[in-house]
Design a binder for this molecule. Structure first.
Ligand SMILES: *Cc1c(COP(=O)(O)O)cnc(C)c1O
Length: 456
């Protein structure tokens, strides 16, 4: 079988998600209640999440069945193709074999619909009428808006204000699916009004938008909140990506030496990598795992492993994760989906345990890599996914130096056709790199919450 484009049949859409909590040698310390500092229990989360997602969040079962109603939505675009990047390999003159799993074929344009569909389904099943969420660049908002429409739920999206005005097409997409989209900070919530009083011109941030969406859900009985990354259940839902990739590589007798992906909150990377991390933890395979982030928001490479809030107002539980501090406002790089101060606790634990290696890339070389990818493979990567492309090309060039034919697998988490303004800036030479100054980082880390009894 040729490995240009390895396809699976509809029947081969996975029937179970893989829960890495069953196999990790060390689990991260539990989330803490923001008021009491005690570990959160299911009842603390019940105000904003459905029971089944809370159960998945805490589950240590290895395989969790995918409901047929969710698989039916997956059939709209899954299984996604696995491509061999022959033309990129040739352009780099590398002996490396480069494979990518392309999640941009989803109707929302990224991997995010994998969890949006599951979250909308469980909420509908438990009688919820409306979901709230935040969105930065708009990818998560459009995925959730679409999933809510499929399951007959209303959807309110707090969109970071600067993106709301800079990226009108994502807003229009969300509104087309019937969602209400508000620029955040907004007058709708106490958290938003407080920020607007102090900073009437605030451009907003993901941390602020999360505060608004959580407050909206917590203060309305028929409304829940939905998060597009970071939490255990979100990473769980994304494992369909890696499970399919594994089956596809088997079909062409290949297995990755290196698995690469970009990291905003960690979900697309975990989705691809965790089924292969399983093999390393359980069967002792030697695969390397490389997680790529922007130098402008270097959570895994320079952040501190500590308890921190997920939002600015401090409404969310404290998560034990690498963090830059909850009020850290990253510079306006074009990979909006990678501008988050924290990362998924499960991924952070694997970094801490030396199983996943983090690297950081500047945005100019990232776009240079993305342009080469577009010119050889014909797909314009999302600016987030372009970070993975950069690291893959660097690895392939090292293979050329060493004369080693390593097999590289990466997640092309989404397409960039609604991010062409970023490519325009790149092509006009207007992109800037933003190395984060050490003083700024230390100042932000100095404001981390003090947690009674925590070892940080
Ligand atoms: C949101 C997004 C990301 C970053 O989020 P993760 O949870 O780290 O996956 C990466 N790529 C694309 C295309 C996205 O939309």
């Amino acid at each position: 079988m040729s490995d240009y484009r390895v396809l699976l049949t509809e029947e081969e859409i996975p029937r179970y998600w893989y829960n890495i909590q069953a196999d990790m040698p060390n689990l991260p310390p539990p989330p803490l209640h923001p008021g009491t500092g005690q570990p959160v229990g299911p009842q603390d989360l019940a105000a904003i999440f459905p029971t089944e997602l809370i159960r998945q969040e805490m589950s240590r079962e290895r395989w969790i069945e995918i409901p047929e109603e969710v698989r039916e939505i997956y059939r709209l675009w899954r299984p996604t193709p696995l491509h061999r990047a022959f033309r990129l390999e040739k352009a780099l003159n590398t002996p490396a074999r480069i494979y990518y799993k392309y999640e941009g074929t989803s109707p929302a344009g990224s991997h995010k619909l994998n969890t949006a569909a599951a979250q909308a389904y469980y909420n509908k099943k438990e009688g919820v009428r409306r979901l709230t969420t935040e969105t930065g660049a708009g990818q998560w908002g459009s995925a959730l808006a679409m999933a809510c429409r499929f399951f007959g739920l209303d959807c309110t999206v707090y969109m970071v204000k600067v993106s709301y005005y800079q990226k009108p097409y994502r807003r229009v997409l969300m509104e087309t699916f019937g969602a209400e989209v508000l620029p955040s900070p907004s007058e709708r919530t106490a958290a938003g009004r407080r920020i607007l009083e102090e900073h009437p011109d605030s451009p907003g941030s993901l941390g602020i938008a999360i505060s608004e969406a959580v407050e909206d859900a917590a203060t309305h009985g028929d409304t829940n909140y939905s998060l597009g990354s970071v939490l255990n259940h979100v990473l769980l839902h994304q494992t369909v990506v890696g499970l399919e990739a594994k089956a596809q590589m088997e079909k062409v007798d290949a297995y990755p030496d290196v698995v690469v992906g970009c990291v905003g909150g960690g979900s697309n990377y975990a989705g691809l990598a965790f089924p292969f991390v399983h093999d390393r933890l359980v069967n002792g395979t030697r695969t390397r795992f490389v997680a790529v982030e922007p130098t402008a928001c270097p959570t895994l490479t320079r952040g501190k492993l500590a308890y921190d809030h997920g939002d600015v107002a401090g409404l969310t539980p404290l998560l034990y994760m690498y963090t830059l501090g909850k009020d850290f406002v990253p510079p306006g790089i074009h990979a909006g989906g990678l501008r988050y101060h924290g990362d998924a606790p499960l991924l952070c634990q694997l970094v801490y345990d030396g199983i996943v290696e983090p690297v950081a890339c500047n945005q100019r070389p990232v776009f240079e890599a993305a342009a080469l990818f577009a010119r050889t493979e014909g797909i314009v990567p999302a600016p987030e996914a372009a970070h993975a492309v950069r690291a893959v090309i660097d690895e392939a060039l090292r293979c050329r130096e060493a004369g080693e034919a390593r097999t590289i697998l990466f997640n092309l988490s989404g397409h960039g056709y609604l991010d062409l303004a970023a490519y325009d800036a790149y092509l006009q030479g207007k992109l800037e790199d933003y190395p984060l100054p050490e003083e700024e980082l230390q100042a932000s880390l100095g404001r981390l919450p003090r947690v009674p009894g925590a070892a940080s």
